[in-house]
Design a binder for this molecule. Structure first.
Ligand code: BG6
Length: 462
């Protein structure tokens, strides 16, 4: 093989509870903020499709795991639903949920697929949001207790834990840019949410270590390398600020056990620092991880601001930079995201050079495409564009590994076409096509390509 990967490389894909399980109001599950928001503002959701019956994994888990096996996955990440497991957010555990997750974990293991389990993937229980969500330290404690319940129930079989998936996204969506509930625009509240999420993460890690469970614990971050328009000092500063806010606000605490001093100074300058308690520092230091999941979709290109800010407008990250559209950039027009394959290599190199080369893997990478039915030939979606997308990213990943980066695997977003938050089923990401009417699953051409790549632990594509 021209691109051969190290032995025991993790080949797989990722999904999340809320995006796949469905049965949102069944099996003893309580509501999340998504159920609440959908009830209040259904027009926010593409074609009015909400979170109530997403992709039916709750019913079809056994068949779906058989499909994972057919795709030659040796590992698979999904999340547990806090509101399914502990419907009141704290206290009594829902036994039906325990049975469901036990069955899923046991079946994955029986099929030789290592379960990677995330504890929180954007799905705040409604009861917890009613207490203020991540703005309230009580919720931090409740999350830590929920994590402990999960470790106790499933830690004998789950050896790869992730506290959060993309914790910056609920901060951006819910408190800055109006694409998640509770649709607040307030930087200081956003900073508080981010800070408390780091505390919740650290508290779960501390609990896991105290329990002396076998395996490893980490977090999944969406890292978006910040590229300056030019090497002009003003553009470089803009890129540095974007990096501090969107990447290092989580990366540094989880890998170095502390925040970057210049991020703290920056927030202080604009009077946006969250309230800290003296004991937080030690807790954050205890939250250092064993394994980093990296979600990589797109770079962030920035330039220095071209105009003065409106001093009456709410403080926003964009006070510190402007977005930059690089001429000739390659786009995924359906999602509006730039495709820049070398970004994956730059992330890994940054981790190797500046963060002590941590154990890490690509936990998500993917391409959402609209109306894929137009690519059907002989009953199968011939998604060659997705094969190219994966192969080009894998080539850069391979280069990173050949230079010593400690990258242990590659997971695709996602396994079966699933429900994408406000985008519903508009853009399809799966290796497996989902027919929404019949729920029939059909493997796409990319699924077959990936299965062969996993089987050979590499590929030859030019
Ligand atoms: C990641 C998330 O950000 O990207 C997933 O972890 C999400 O939950 C995926 O579905 C694709 O983004 P979107 O918004 O197109 O669904």
């Amino acid at each position: 093989m021209k691109y051969q990967f190290p032995d025991n490389f993790w080949w797989g894909s990722a999904s999340s509870a809320l995006q796949t399980e469905g049965a949102s109001q069944l099996g003893g599950k309580s509501q999340t903020t998504w159920d609440l928001w959908y009830a209040e503002q259904p027009w926010r959701f593409h074609q009015g499709i909400g979170p109530d019956d997403t992709s039916t994994f709750y019913r079809h888990w056994r068949d779906d795991i058989a499909l994972l096996k057919q795709l030659n996955h040796n590992s698979f990440r999904t999340s547990l639903s806090w509101s399914r497991l502990i419907p009141e957010g704290t206290g009594a555990v829902n036994l039906e949920a325990v049975t469901f997750y036990n069955q899923v974990i046991d079946e994955l293991l029986a099929q030789g697929i290592t379960p990677f389990i995330t504890l929180f993937h954007f799905d705040m229980p409604r009861v917890m949001q009613e207490k203020g969500g991540w703005e309230n330290r009580e919720v931090v404690q409740a999350f830590s207790d929920y994590a402990q319940v999960c470790f106790e129930l499933f830690g004998d079989r789950v050896k790869h834990w992730f506290t959060f998936n993309e914790p910056i996204v609920p901060v951006e969506g819910g408190y800055l840019y109006d694409f998640h509930y509770p649709n607040v625009v307030d930087f200081k509240r956003a900073a508080t949410v981010a800070y408390h999420t780091v505390l919740a993460h650290a508290s779960a890690v501390r609990g896991w270590r105290a329990g002396q469970y076998e395996g490893e614990i980490g977090i999944v971050l969406n890292l978006t390398p910040s590229y300056p328009r030019s090497q002009h000092p003003a553009d470089l500063t803009a890129a540095h600020h974007a990096d501090l806010l969107f990447n290092r606000s989580f990366l540094d605490p989880v890998l170095r056990g502390e925040y970057p001093a210049d991020l703290v100074a920056l927030l202080e300058k604009y009077a946006q620092l969250p309230l800290c308690q003296p004991e937080d520092k030690a807790l954050i230091a205890a939250g250092k991880i064993d394994l980093l999941g990296i979600n990589y979709y797109q770079p962030r290109r920035v330039k220095c601001r071209g105009s003065a800010v409106n001093p009456d407008a709410p403080f926003m990250p964009e006070w510190l930079f402007d977005h930059y559209e690089m001429p000739g950039r390659k786009m995924n027009p359906y999602r509006g995201w730039e495709i820049y394959e070398p970004g994956i290599y730059d992330i890994l190199t940054n981790l190797r050079v500046n963060y002590g080369n941590p154990r890490c893997f690509i936990s998500e990478n993917g391409m959402g495409v609209e109306n894929e039915q137009r690519f059907i030939e002989n009953g199968q979606i011939k998604d060659d564009y997705r094969i190219d997308f994966v192969a080009e990213h894998l080539k850069w990943l391979h280069k990173g590994i050949s230079e010593g980066c400690n990258c242990l695997g590659y997971h695709m977003w996602t396994f079966i076409d699933n429900w994408s938050w406000c985008n519903g089923y508009k853009n399809r990401y799966g290796f497996v096509q989902l027919d929404l009417t019949t729920q029939k699953r059909t493997i796409k051409k990319s699924g077959e390509w990936f299965a062969a790549t996993a089987a050979h632990n590499g590929f030859d594509k030019e």
